[in-house]
Design a protein around this ligand. Structure first.
Ligand SMILES: *[C@@H]1O[C@H](CO)[C@@H](O)[C@H](O)[C@H]1NC(C)=O
Length: 190
């Protein structure tokens, strides 16, 4: 009987409908925390994200007790420019963007790795059902999680030869861009 039940379960898994990649929102703002191997630390920042025009602004939150530099970075992928404003020295560096825009969304050919609760499913307000997706992209591999019902990005991890592995978590995601000027380069960068 047990063997039979197991077989029925296994067949249900094999023939169950594979979840389709969900469509992530294209304009949003959030807080994020990121482990970046090049800096070897954990940073917190505010992010404004526009996948339509391929623009991203990341403003690191300043902890004045630390001596290291903090940045306010605008990535304009359509013109291939990065404006890196140092919040400590007040200097701006304008660079050619080396990386292609990699959207926080589920690629059409992503592999589904199932669903899980962040936190717990035991109490209604203490858990969020997420879906895991992963695969390859030009130059590397990724694994990312999105909320099950709204396809809101929760975590993003990718590794490439050139950069190493970067892991980002998103919180407090709000739809839309509150200030459109956030995608205009800071004055110090002109
Ligand atoms: C999916 O597409 C990308 C290019 O868009 C490709 O590099 C990758 O190998 C494909 N397959 C998987 C499993 O991710």
């Amino acid at each position: 009987m047990k063997v039979l039940l197991f077989l029925v379960a296994a067949i249900a898994v094999v023939y169950g409908q594979a979840p389709q990649p969900c469509i992530a929102p294209k304009l949003w703002e959030a807080r994020m925390s990121r482990i970046d191997p090049s800096k070897r630390f954990f940073e917190r920042a505010r992010i404004s994200y526009d996948a339509i025009n391929q623009r991203v602004r990341v403003i690191e939150e300043v902890n004045i007790k630390e001596q290291r530099d903090f940045f306010d970075v605008l990535y304009l992928h359509q013109v291939g420019k990065e404006y890196r404003y140092n919040l400590k020295t007040k200097e701006c560096e304008v660079k050619q963007l080396a990386e292609q825009f990699r959207p926080f969304e589920v690629p059409a050919n992503a592999t589904n790795f199932g669903e899980s609760y962040i936190g717990t499913s035991a109490f209604p307000a203490d858990g969020v059902l997420i879906t895991l997706w992963g695969g390859e992209f030009r130059g590397g591999r990724y694994m990312a999680t999105f909320t099950n019902s709204g396809c809101v990005p929760v975590e993003d991890g990718f590794c490439t030869e050139r950069i190493g592995c970067v892991h980002t978590s998103f919180y407090d995601v709000v739809a839309g861009i509150s200030d459109p000027d956030v995608f205009i380069p800071p004055k110090a960068c002109e």
